[in-house]
Write a protein that binds this ligand. Structure first.
Ligand code: HEC
Length: 326
């Protein structure tokens, strides 16, 4: 199944941008749609979920679930870039990534997608896309990173369907490049900026790099941290004392001096206990290992060996991702 279908149903959006951009050239904002609102469609279309050791935060009732999906052309290799002074991943041409947010009530397989933000790396640069739920399908827009006119047209088209009070927030969240800056360092102080705390990789992405991390800065983008309920996750503060902030049913770790809390998943213990989340982390690392250059396999050897993945071990007993052997 193809995940990207252009339909004429959304032409009014294009005419809006056409009006703004001039109709003589190709529309710089492309309309997209997907005929389903189910999360299962990503797996069916050949995407692989990237599960980091430390989960993103969720809503107070825990129903908000963010997953990140990667699809690579068969021979494509993820590159390791050391220009920032430490190894960071760089996505190859043809890589497609989607951040999919669902509201989960009960079984995840029936969860419906609310919001998708994605990116595609091509020979001529990167394109952002967004999908929203409309009845039983997803509709969306795609535009080139760095095209300020197309960015404004996308902001306007996406905000148009919202109540006025929600439009400012939408436009803020639509400034993809602002958060997805390549080689962003990890924040050590909470008040440093409104950007996420984690570092980005050389492509400006968060999850792929954090899948390979042994210790990850905790994010505060939502009030409730599900990692606090995981017996295999440990928190610490680089400086200051650790406490848990509780408000309205949500729990989130804090450091007394305003430093960003750090979290580690004890993979050895979690795998030994057959923990499904730890198995999913190792399945993601295995996928990355299989598509990573030699430099990265060496640079991230610790993360791979925590999962029993390595040059000699990769083809042995390890069977992550659903096996009871973990
Ligand atoms: C406020 C910061 C922020 C903005 C604005 C933002 N993102 Fe993200 N994005 C994140 C974070 C953080 C993640 C990692 C998943 C998570 O924790 O939500 C993410 C994840 C993603 C991913 C999955 C790969 C990765 O980096 O983990 C894609 C693709 C993506 N975003 C695309 C977009 C697009 C397209 C837009 C604009 C329409 C956008 N983002 C706007 C912060 C942001």
């Amino acid at each position: 199944m193809s995940l990207r279908v252009t339909t004429s149903k959304f032409l009014p959006v294009l005419w809006g941008s056409c009006f703004l951009l001039g109709c003589s050239e190709e529309p710089r904002v492309k309309a997209l749609s997907r005929p389903s609102v189910e999360l299962a469609q990503w797996k069916e279309a050949g995407f692989v979920e990237l599960v980091p050791p430390i989960r993103p935060p969720t809503s107070a009732d825990g129903s908000d679930r963010i997953s990140v999906w990667l699809r690579l052309p068969s021979a494509a290799q993820i590159i390791t870039d050391r220009s920032s002074g430490e190894p960071r991943l760089r996505m190859p041409s043809g890589a497609e990534l989607d951040r999919v947010e669902v509201t989960q009530r009960g079984d995840l397989t029936t969860a419906e997608v609310e919001d998708v933000r994605g990116t595609t790396f091509g020979p001529e640069g990167e394109s952002f896309h967004v999908f929203r739920r409309r009845d039983a399908e997803l509709w969306g827009l795609e535009w080139a990173r760095g095209d300020a006119v197309a960015q404004r047209a996308a902001d306007q088209a996406l905000a148009a369907g919202l109540p006025p009070a929600a439009r400012g927030r939408l436009v803020e969240l639509n400034q993809c490049a602002g958060c997805h800056t390549p080689d962003k360092p990890a924040a050590t102080r909470v008040a440093e900026s409104t950007l996420p705390h984690r570092k980005t990789d050389a492509s400006g992405l968060y999850h792929p790099q954090s899948v390979l991390e042994r210790e990850t800065p905790v994010e505060f983008s939502r009030p409730n941290d599900p990692n606090l309920a995981d017996p295999f996750v440990r928190f610490r503060c680089a400086t200051g004392g650790l406490s848990v902030r509780e408000a309205g049913g949500s729990k989130s770790p804090r450091c007394s001096d305003g430093s960003v809390p750090l979290a580690t998943l004890d993979l050895q213990r979690a795998l030994a206990a057959g923990d499904p989340h730890a198995q999913a982390v190792c399945a993601s690392r295995k996928f990355i290992w299989e598509h990573l250059d030699e430099l990265g396999r060496v640079a991230f050897a610790d993360a791979f060996s925590d999962c029993g993945i390595g040059p000699q071990r990769n083809h042995e007993a390890l069977n992550v991702g659903g096996s009871k052997n973990g």
